[in-house]
Design a protein around this ligand. Sequence first.
Ligand code: UD1
Ligand code: UDP
Length: 371
Amino acid sequence: MKILVMAGTRPEAIKLAPVIHELRKHTNITTVVCNTGQHREMIKQAFDDFNIIPDLHLDIMTEKQTLSSLSARLFEKTEETFKKESPDWILVQGDTTTVMVSAMCAFYRDIRIGHIEAGLRSFNKWAPFPEEINREIVSKIADLHFAPTKIAYANLIREGIEPDAVFVTGNTVIDALYWIQDKIEGQEAQLLDPRILKAKQEGKRIVLVTGHRRENFGHSFIEICQAIQEIANLYTDVVFVYPVHLNPQVQQPVMEILGDHPRIILLSPLSYMPFMALLKSAYMVLTDSGGIQEEAPALGKPVLVMRDVTERPEGVKAGVSKLVGPHKEAIVKHAVRLLDDEKAYMSMAHAENPYGDGHASARIIDALLNL
Ligand code: UD1
Ligand code: UDP
């Protein structure tokens, strides 16, 4: 069996890395890893920390790419790749443009599609944008669906997908997290920025921030930045650390509003090891990221989700994350509560693993081999 693994962005590399490790244990499978290069720097960082060197590079990223131009370049290069490689299966993960286009190209060429992290739904086509529609399209044409949770499974069944084609596996991000935990054990001092180490030594609390969602660009991003600035002004014992996504639509407001504050540290995107060390050292997290909503609960870090809807309700149900929206007042109110009220903090700061047990990749490969 020849399997072509398609990945284009940071979260796909992180969540596919344990699957690639698992695939490479099987000598009866020919595994080819294709980096579409939807992300240039950020996907390389992610693969590097897992010691994965992709076999193919499509190198399609351009500065400030639009969704249509990105898709057009992807369609062309992916079609060429499928023609040359003729895989039996492709594996895609999640809901990016790389995932949607790869699945469409495979469908056009009668290549089987395995979709990892299938069945997530916010039920709002504008949020996350365009990911909600990307994953719906992939669910329509995939042959095997690897749902991370029972909720995701139920979403797929409700949409009429054959139960035999759906496997509940857990999310491979938890496999990745466990794998990297072993590597960072005892390395925190080398992995953390000296300013963060100093703040920790002075007894300051670290609030980790990330944000990059398209539906938050513009007004909501400004509100998010203003909220962070306001909270930073209120507390001298809190330091915000924000590794800023390379998208210019994120860089511009973040640098402009938060670039010059004594208790806000802006960093370039971090590779997975230092990022996990940072998450471990954080008091809490403010984010609109999908993956971080899954990782933070596993480490017992309360998460305020700066989105109006989430396709990851498990963390909210478990009480470790809270949906506060990309709204200044709500972000400030909930962050202040977690910083001031120990009981409120402790009620959220418990480790829960609603997203997996670290064996998702093995289940996925088993399902493929048992076909
Ligand atoms: C993409 C995904 C999103 C995912 C996110 C993870 C789509 C539509 N969006 O969003 O689902 O959550 O990745 O981070 O697939 N850039 C660089 N270097 C990089 C990466 C990005 O310079 O390594 C800049 C470029 O100017 C690029 C822009 O960011 O044009 C946007 O990248 P793109 O992949 O289109 O969108 P993301 O916002 O990163
Ligand atoms: N991440 C990372 N370095 C960073 C920020 C995030 O390695 O500086 C990891 C994070 O741990 C998670 C993934 O990137 O596994 C999430 O990616 P992102 O937020 O870009 O995308 P999303 O999950 O929202 O699609």
